[in-house]
Ligand binder design. Structure first.
Ligand code: KMH
Ligand code: ZN
Length: 274
């Protein structure tokens, strides 16, 4: 098995600072989180940006400041969201791609999202992919529901998505596929040949599905975007969620990837030193 790539989804778009005081809101807080999470075992950070008041933004200058702060404090692979927040236009969601992060997410289908709908129709996916190609950004395919892998294969058939890619199964969003081991196993079996994968379990499922992925040879996403609690009634910090899954991997005899090893596993170029 390859060493375990731990991604930290540190802030997301849904959780608000009054729900967890450890949520990194400013670029400086994202930089600090990146440093702590790298020390705890993370190799990649999934980035959303907030205004100082905690509201969501796709402002390119804010992403640029966050990117610089993360780079200044860590060697983590930087993966921007293109999912953004519910209600953002495709143009807003894709705008930060011009900063040419190493990776960015591509959600592979429309899905219920709580009481809302997270819109990702095929034209929107093609549009975001075209901008990724233009800026040389590697996609991570976000799979929230069973048909999303089929959509990815359709994009590949249309010649707009090269396969294999790195795939992230986001399981347990209300309205999408449940966070069960059976669902994870089914999705892994349905992967296009050669794809690497990780799992992001929502809420309490983060730890259980993460442990399963460690044992299966997949990779793991943890962090406050997907899970606010370390244990029932006890709010989490990002770095302790990273440290916990690194300890699980250690107990199971699976080494944890450094950012350099993760770049090699994912076929990304080495990080250019400034
Ligand atoms: N905030 C969700 C609507 C992503 O980052 O790529 C979408 C999301 C997915 O978080
Ligand atoms: Zn996200």
């Amino acid at each position: 098995m390859d060493p375990l790539i731990i991604t930290v989804a540190a802030v997301g778009a849904e959780v608000m600072p009054d729900q967890n005081p450890h949520l990194p809101v400013t670029p400086e807080q994202l930089g600090e989180t990146a440093a702590r999470c790298e020390a705890a075992g993370a190799a990649m950070i999934h980035v959303h940006c907030r205004n100082d008041d905690g509201t969501n933004t796709s402002d390119v200058a804010r992403f640029e400041a966050a990117y610089a702060a993360i780079r200044a404090r860590s060697n983590l692979i930087v993966q921007f969201t293109t999912g953004g927040a519910i209600g953002m236009s495709a143009a807003e969601r894709a705008a930060p791609l011009r900063l040419r992060p190493e990776m960015a997410t591509l959600t592979c289908g429309t899905v219920n999202f709580g009481d809302d709908v997270f819109v990702n129709d095929l034209p929107l996916m093609r549009d975001i992919l075209a901008q990724m190609h233009e800026h040389g950004v590697r996609p991570e395919l976000e799979i929230f529901d069973a048909g999303h892998l089929t959509n990815a294969k359709r994009l590949a058939d249309q010649g707009v998505l090269a396969l294999p890619q790195h795939v992230d199964f986001v399981l347990g969003v209300p309205g999408a596929l449940d966070a069960s081991v059976r669902n994870l196993s089914f999705l892994v079996d349905a992967l296009p040949p050669g794809c690497s994968w990780s799992v992001a379990g929502i809420g309490r499922a983060q730890l259980a599905l993460g442990a399963v992925a460690v044992a299966m040879g997949g990779h793991v996403r943890v962090g406050l975007e997907d899970n606010l609690y370390y244990a029932k009634g006890r709010l989490a910090r990002n770095d302790e969620l990273v440290a916990r899954i690194a300890r699980v991997a250690n107990e199971l005899g699976r080494p944890v990837a450094t950012p350099a090893q993760a770049r090699e596993i994912l076929g990304l170029g080495a990080l250019a030193l400034a």
